[in-house]
Write a protein that binds this ligand. Sequence first.
Ligand SMILES: Cc1cc2nc3c(=O)[nH]c(=O)nc-3n(C[C@H](O)[C@H](O)[C@H](O)COP(=O)(O)O)c2cc1C
Length: 261
Amino acid sequence: MEAVAVNPVIKVAALCGSLRKGSFNRGLLRSAIQLSKESVNGMEIEYIDISPLPMLNTDLEVNGTFPPVVQAFRQKILQADSVLFASPEYNFSVTGPLKNAIDWASRPPNCWADKAAAIVSTGGSFGGGRAQYHLRQIGVYLDLHFINKPEFYLNAFAPPAKFDSDGNLIDPPSKEKLKEVLLSLLAFTLRLKANMNPNSLYLFSPLRDMLAPMKNAIDWTSGAPDARADKPATIVSATGGRGGAHDRGQLHLRQTGVYLD
Ligand SMILES: Cc1cc2nc3c(=O)[nH]c(=O)nc-3n(C[C@H](O)[C@H](O)[C@H](O)COP(=O)(O)O)c2cc1C
């Protein structure tokens, strides 16, 4: 009998940034769990409730230990191979409850490090897209590695109806797109676990937002077939003054990289 290579089942921790009972974003996670059971082989998604977490206060840490509910949450994150976030945007950024949960699991030792992640969101006009940018930025410090594509943000209020009165996703095209996110997260998690090829590293040196010649070079090589897709990259930069300009350059370059894969 021939041996058949079987991928391990990856464990995904699913976190919702909204605590609302009828949350549309939690509806996205319910749908993701359903999809993973029906049509994504090798993925197990567990919903992790962040509502019992106290507001972060380092006085609650005693001799390096955390309150039991925080400890249990940190353990769930540590045990996961990757993380699926679903969050609305509150005032153009991530929600308070989600940031609180992220901060608790970031306390040393950082539970997020080296995990793959994906963000989906739904809400008003832009579908929570601005919170996604901020969450990706938070992930830079935490060593969370987000999939670039596909991006999933859904206007919950534009017709036709996307959710029923209980917050369940009822829109077939959105379900199909959500499944693509899961497949991308699965593939990226497996790649991270197997280690990426270190020979394909790029070194950039951006100054002042993003220096025009470098952006020009990136744009020339961004046409199909995309010469930069699927490559690990790192950014270094140096500048005089207070450093704000090169910080922005790095942020913009990371954001460009989301599009370029
Ligand atoms: C405090 C607060 C701030 C909000 N800010 C924004 C915002 O900046 N942009 C937006 O599109 N929607 C905003 N909303 C609307 C939510 O995105 C919308 O109600 C969404 O459905 C909430 O997600 P949920 O259904 O998962 O609870 C805000 C809602 C609240 C409660």
